[in-house]
Design a protein around this ligand. Sequence first.
Ligand code: SF4
Length: 362
Amino acid sequence: MNVEFFRKVLLNWFDTNHRPMPWKGSKDAYTVWLSEVILQQTRVEQGLPYFEKFIEKYPTVESLAKAKDDDVMRIWQGLGYYSRARNMLVTAREINEKFDNQFPQDYEELKKLKGIGSYTAAAIASFAFDLPHAVVDGNVYRVLSRINAIETPIDSTKGKKQFEQLANKFLDKKHPAHYNQAMMDFGATQCTPKNPKCDDCIFKKNCKAFELNLVADLPVKEKKLKRKNRYFNFFYITDGKYILIEKRTQEDIWQNLFQFPLIETEKQFSKDELMKSKRMKQHPLFKNFKRADKKNLRQGILKQQDLTHQRLFIQFYLLKTENVKALMAEGFSFVNAELIEVHAFPKTIAEFLNGLKEMTLF
Ligand code: SF4
């Protein structure tokens, strides 16, 4: 498609079809960065309340740099991809300490910051500083592959290079912020992944994929997503006043979030199988358990949670015990039930805790 024509028609469309969002049009690099980090792999409707909470609590990069890790994780709770929040803190502190609270006004320098890849660097460079860099997100891949009928897989090395070059060729270098936002909005609202609105599309007469009946086949992806199954058994243990929790410190999903004591198994175990398993017998917590406690352990709900590369089967067990003081003496961490909400938990555990409020368990 003719590049000049595409830009002109797209920007005309944007004049009357743009989606207003609190961060749009902002020239503040911190606001742009924060919104982009929150919206990565997240729908706008889901990300919006998180953006509002963050900008209210941490209105500047300096305030975020000085925040406590646990407070930030608590606000992030439920948004997923927790490494984004950890990287965000590293970058905020680097900008505070090394750059006097100013984001570098240079694409390559931005990319050196933790958690900032080509996409986020292009977004900050263009939206905040009007530098001519094209953003290449899922929307842009989709629109460019369809209007040009390009079948190169977008997740291949060749595809990534080809689409980045093409995106920069199409970019309106005089109005990079306006153009980038128009591309993203067009992909998100008109040229959508499923059921794109081709019938009333401004490019209907020029779109190659529409002409060749390839719309549903584009963009092409090389790799099909494979998920690994994991089986988590969480133990909600309380004496009615205190609840046993621990922090996830290992390099794994949910790093730095809190959880109940966990036994991970290689398959879904019944309660009996779990009780007899080596992992249970060797677990430091259950070694300290009285026989009566093991008998009183109740099987709760089983939940499933899908992450990008993992499918989690999460079984909750519940126990009310008088053994809490002895366990505290052994060094296990209990939190006052009234203060449980101060801690950041993975979404499934937070939902379990919410469900408990509505139930009489013991
Ligand atoms: S005609 Fe359909 S596929 Fe082509 S740009 Fe428009 S919405 Fe996308």
